[in-house]
Design a binder for this molecule. Sequence first.
Ligand code: PLP
Length: 394
Amino acid sequence: MNPSQDSIYLDHAATTGVDPRVLEAMLPFLSSVCGNPSSIHGTGQAARRAVENARASVAEIVGAYPNEIVFTSCGTESDNLALRGTLYAASGGRKQIITSQVEHHAILNTGEQLERMGYEVVYVPVDYYGMVNPDDVAAAITARTALISIMYANNEVGTVQPIAEIGRIARAHGIPLHTDAVQAPGGLDLNVDDLRVDMLSISGHKFYAPKGVGALYIRRGTAIAAAQTGGAQERHMRAGTENVPGIIALAKALELVESARPSESVRQRALSQRLQEGLLAAIPHAFLAGHPSERLPNNTNIVFEGIVGEAVVARLDLAGIASSSGSACAAGEEGESPVMRAMGLDERLGQGSVRLTVGLENTSEDIEQVISVLPGIIESLRELSPVPLGKSRI
Ligand code: PLP
């Protein structure tokens, strides 16, 4: 599963390798079972049956009915469908969406475009730990609110939001709640009733399926229109020939990470904890970003004062360790991470963040290796460009 056998891959929040068991499950659908699920011949119907079995499996894991699952091409598409589809179907002057300042760009940039189209988007703030206050969501609700969309867990700092509590508020007002759960599979419970959500986005490549397949859960009775027009696939909710191998892979991968979750989430949390403690003990003027306990089990995000995260990522890469500064999806975009800014970190500090996210194949030897090399990297980078170091925030 490690994309490179010689290196230590600690960027699972960006993407994962494909689990060999997932690859094995999907391979026949790239060759022998090549039919289009809309075709009525045997090969087409074999593909149709496999897609429907995959749908039933995903539904069971999230606690839904099979016809509440719509397969898409990625997490971004699932998020777009939730936001746009709800607004397209909304009536009675409901033109407002409530979301948060720390969402992925799949939500933030969609919100920005919707605003240019005349919709209203409210971005609730977060606290120093990246946490949304449900009271702020409640306070933002008006008669125009069509949808609340708050992510389940943050892709940069790992903070897990109080979704069930926000769900209680949404239900009391009769407003649908969508959650971007792209970072959650394998680490958090996905039961849509416990979470009190009406829509939930996931993406295969974050949990050992290939890139290019996602899903959106849509609770029965939720008013939503298609965001993409064409054929009648996915009960008219997502036109386009289904990515059959991808769908089979997503379902298989979700089964695997969900069955491993009780032990893996404990193991990965222990690895992350050791990483955090080892680094903070060895490196002065550094602190953990995100919530200390309400965070994804696989996420460690450390801010190193006086340096730029990209420089650390480049030096770690030379040492055979794959990491990320901020979120990989935001890489290449200019300026400070919106997440760090929303958490109140000044621009200089926000740029010093490095994210290390563990996965199935990581061992404690990997973690000890990072703890042994990273302090030297930080020290030499600080010597190269000395800036006055302030008092650490933790
Ligand atoms: N939402 C979150 C929280 C993510 O972390 C990502 C990807 O990093 C996405 C959405 C987008 O998913 P995809 O890459 O499948 O479009």
